[in-house]
Write a protein that binds this ligand. Structure first.
Ligand code: PMP
Length: 473
């Protein structure tokens, strides 16, 4: 019979499919490795199985034990699936930006899901990895998979993904392109392919453009599970032990917009529905292939399916709200309410650790200049012209409220602003209709909103500016 006795036999062994993009004029062959066809739906099934079986062998995970992990979703799903198949309990800690589909999948597989804010510095006790480490220590029989530092992560790819690609291409692969999250995929697959080819395979990382791996400043981005962002208040960043940098020849930065537009186009033009990080890998792979000839064969590893992101990258409303779509040019859009001068300057915002006195001075200067005396607040910027990413703006400061707090003696001018932050300002994508934005602002407690372009805050817009753009008195 052509049957499998265990679900675990259906992990990995994924196909390679040729990708031809209309308009591409290079002669190199580009193949995509479809990791979403693994039984749990992602590249992470491989490491889940390997890490659990390794822990069993070492006696770290025993019958009746609990698998604990911090995961943006896919590793959690892989672990939950293997844990269910083997009879373990699973507790998965996820950051709050994880897509709803991934969290629901974890719960459906019987895992207990713990959600923690994604925007915390690395040494904060509630940070996702710190939470998981604590839970693993507290739960009797708990074992933390620790994908970022577990050698079984890159080993899984050295043992399976690498050999599969080598056999499938009959040794003809010349370039490997992967995203780098924990680094497991690129390190294990890349190392195997380099060894077996005698150094003939070039290994290229594909990275969100602000990720620290490709030299970015570490500010957050919207492609999930790839790259490494760094909270500005993280004192010193330590790269995962699962990432073996010496295996990687080059890392190419790809913007959120390019990753997202790549998967939308790929879905429509070739029927391949893949996730955001697959878009990062595909965009980088196309760039690599563009400079190559007929003897070259590029393999891009596509980590998961687009079905997990239907409410994000494939949802026009989500994209419009974050400023990834430019909206209907026939209507007045929110961005039309910004002046050229405002567009050219970085968004004014208050760093949350400045003093109340400094904030008061800045807000009074705004008032004197005729601007709304309110500013969004966020972490200290890394560079002078840095525009904050939407989720970084965690609060707002209003002159009236701050004045009131000082007058009532609740806070002194030398104290930190941090405790005085009000709710964040409303945010609109630059492509959203100015008419609708105006209607929303009217019912909001404050008449100022943040304007977003490609997920970054680029300006502030008031009710008055929106009305002027619409030609209303
Ligand atoms: N993309 C997706 C969707 C993932 O789940 C992961 C794994 N976190 C990656 C990319 C990066 O893979 P790796 O951790 O092996 O570097």
């Amino acid at each position: 019979m052509d049957v499998h006795e265990s679900l675990l036999e259906l992990i990995g062994d994924t196909p390679l499919v040729r990708l031809r993009t209309p308009g591409d004029d290079h002669s190199a062959r580009l193949y995509a490795k479809l990791e979403y066809l693994s039984v749990g739906g992602s590249v992470k099934d491989r490491i889940a199985l390997r890490m659990i079986e390794d822990a069993e062998r070492r006696g770290l995970l025993k019958p009746g034990g609990t698998v604990v992990e911090a995961s943006s979703g896919n590793t959690g799903v892989g672990l939950a699936l293997v844990a269910a198949a083997k009879g373990y309990r699973a507790v998965i800690v996820i950051p709050d930006k994880t897509s709803a589909e991934k969290a629901a999948t974890l719960r459906a597989l019987g895992a207990e899901v713990v959600v923690r804010p994604g925007m915390l510095p690395i040494d904060h006790p509630d940070q996702v990895v710190n939470t998981a480490t604590r839970l693993a220590a507290e739960i009797p029989g708990g074992w933390m998979a620790a994908q970022y530092d577990n050698p079984a992560n890159p080993e899984a790819h050295y043992a399976t993904t690498g050999p599969e690609i080598w056999q499938q291409t009959e040794g003809r692969i010349t370039h490997l392109v992967c995203c780098v999250g924990t680094g497991g995929t690129i390190s294990g697959t890349g190392r195997y392919l380099k060894e077996v080819s005698g150094g003939g395979v070039r290994v290229i990382g594909a990275d969100p453009d602000s990720s620290v791996y490709s030299g970015g400043d570490g500010r957050p981005y919207f492609v999930e599970a790839a790259g490494r962002w760094r909270h500005p208040e993280t004192p010193e960043d330590c790269w995962p032990a699962s990432f073996h940098q010496e295996v990687v020849d080059e890392i190419l930065p790809v913007t959120d917009r390019e990753s997202i537009m790549t998967i939308r186009r790929t879905a429509r033009e070739s029927g391949l529905l893949v996730g955001g990080s697959a878009g990062t890998a595909l965009a980088a792979a196309r760039r690599v292939a563009a400079g190559l000839g007929p003897d070259d064969l590029v393999v891009a590893v596509l980590p998961d399916s687009g079905k997990q992101y239907l409410s994000k990258y494939f949802d026009d409303g989500w994209l419009l709200r974050l400023g990834f779509l430019d909206g209907d040019p026939a209507t007045v859009r929110v961005a039309d309410a910004l002046t050229d001068g405002e567009r050219a300057r970085p968004l004014p915002y208050l760093h949350r650790h400045r003093t109340v006195g400094e904030a008061l001075a800045e807000l009074r200067a705004r008032e004197a200049a005729g601007a709304e005396p309110v500013l969004p607040a966020g972490p200290a910027p890394v560079g002078p012209s840095r525009r904050p990413t939407a989720p970084e703006l965690v609060g707002a400061v209003r002159l009236v409220e701050l004045d009131e707090a000082v007058a009532a003696g609740r806070v002194g001018p030398d104290q930190s602003l941090d405790e005085q932050l009000g709710a964040p300002l409303p945010q609109f994508g630059g492509g959203e209709s100015a008419e609708q934005a105006l209607a929303t602002l009217r019912s909001a407690p404050d008449a100022t909103a943040v304007v977003l372009h490609d997920g970054h805050a680029v300006g502030l817009v008031t009710e008055e500016q929106l009305r002027a753009a619409l030609g209303r008195p």
